[in-house]
Design a protein around this ligand. Structure first.
Ligand code: DGY
Length: 323
């Protein structure tokens, strides 16, 4: 690379990834940790960039890409890429990359943690104790739902879905799955059972949403689907908010159609503290922290940095998103 390419980074990223990019590129970076780059700044920066390092908080759409005259690569530090118009990028010959694999186990850990926390009402119980309301041990006080031996339905048996299934096996759960394609290998190695979506919803005690967010999966779980679930069932969503219709979920939780929900993702992020779902005691809500371990976030940043460098060197990056 005789002349250093210009790279724009849309947020402060872990130092090892930044150092790697600095060696080979001229870097500009949005330095804030907690505020996404304003659109007008991104629009200005994109005109000069050969490479873009971005997060799921940036909307990379046609209008932005029209300004990206030099751009050769968009490297997303996430496995999901629903914020990027991959077709528009591809029409312009811009490579899009993402970071699958490195966050699988961490996200599966969080999914299972959220399942356990929701089933056993951990957040509610902790607040109860801290408010000084714990007067005595009582037979039915803060009773939840058994996880061990229950039936888990996984919607979307990708890498993370399989990693959740492995954890569920340790809890002696029966694991059903619904996926675009049947996965005979996983059926053999993990003992998971393929079902259609309606049967999965009817039979599961816990339903985990782990499918990618696409026009086809938008509102996949709505009023009709929630009505099929057991009234004792728990819904967990660690994929994307828009896959579950939030108005329908609110009404199902409020009216006791289902028992509880654990949500790491919301249609609008950050979710407003006034959102109706957050008024419900049977909701455990987290701020999209599925992959948030120190080790994993560093790995994701390094992987995204490597993809950017590979593309700028004219190599095919390890994980390209195809339209
Ligand atoms: C992803 O990678 O898509 C997660 O939602 C954030 O790690």
């Amino acid at each position: 690379m005789p002349v250093k390419p210009n790279v724009y980074i849309t947020r402060k990223i872990p130092e090892p990834a930044l150092a790697r990019l600095r060696e080979a590129c001229d870097i500009s970076m949005w330095e804030e940790e907690d505020i996404p780059v304003p659109r007008e700044i991104l629009e200005r920066e994109i005109t000069k960039a050969d490479g873009l390092f971005c997060l799921l908080t940036e909307t990379i759409d046609e209008a932005l890409l029209e300004k990206a005259e030099k751009l050769r690569v968009i490297s997303q530090m996430a496995v999901g890429y629903n914020n990027i118009d991959v077709h528009a990028a591809s029409r312009r010959g811009i490579v899009v990359t993402h970071t699958p694999g490195v966050l699988t186990e961490t996200t599966a850990d969080l999914t299972f943690a959220l399942l356990l926390a929701t089933a056993r009402r951990l957040v509610e119980a902790e607040h109860f104790l801290r408010r000084g309301e714990w007067k005595t041990w009582s037979p039915m006080l803060l009773t939840g739902r058994d996880v061990f031996g229950a039936t888990l339905g996984i919607i979307g048996l990708g890498r993370i879905g399989e990693a959740v299934a492995r954890r569920a096996k340790g809890f002696d759960m029966k694991v059903l799955y619904y996926n675009r394609n049947r996965k005979p290998e996983a059926e053999k190695s993990l003992g998971v059972i393929y079902t259609d979506l309606d049967s999965l919803l009817q039979e599961s005690d816990f339903v985990c949403v782990l499918t990618p967010y696409t026009p086809q999966t938008r509102d996949l779980i709505g009023e009709r689907e929630l009505a099929l679930m057991k009234d004792t069932a728990v819904l967990i969503n660690t994929a994307r908010g828009g896959i579950v219709n939030e108005a329908a979920l609110y009404s199902a939780l409020k009216n006791g159609r289902i028992w509880a929900a654990g949500l790491d993702v919301f249609e609008q992020e950050p979710v407003s503290p006034d959102h109706p779902l957050l008024s419900l005691p049977n909701v455990v809500a987290l701020p999209h922290i599925g992959s948030a371990s120190v080790q994993t976030r560093i790995k994701m940043a390094m992987m995204a940095a490597n993809h950017l460098l590979q593309a700028l060197r004219g190599q095919v990056p390890d994980y390209v998103v195809h339209p």
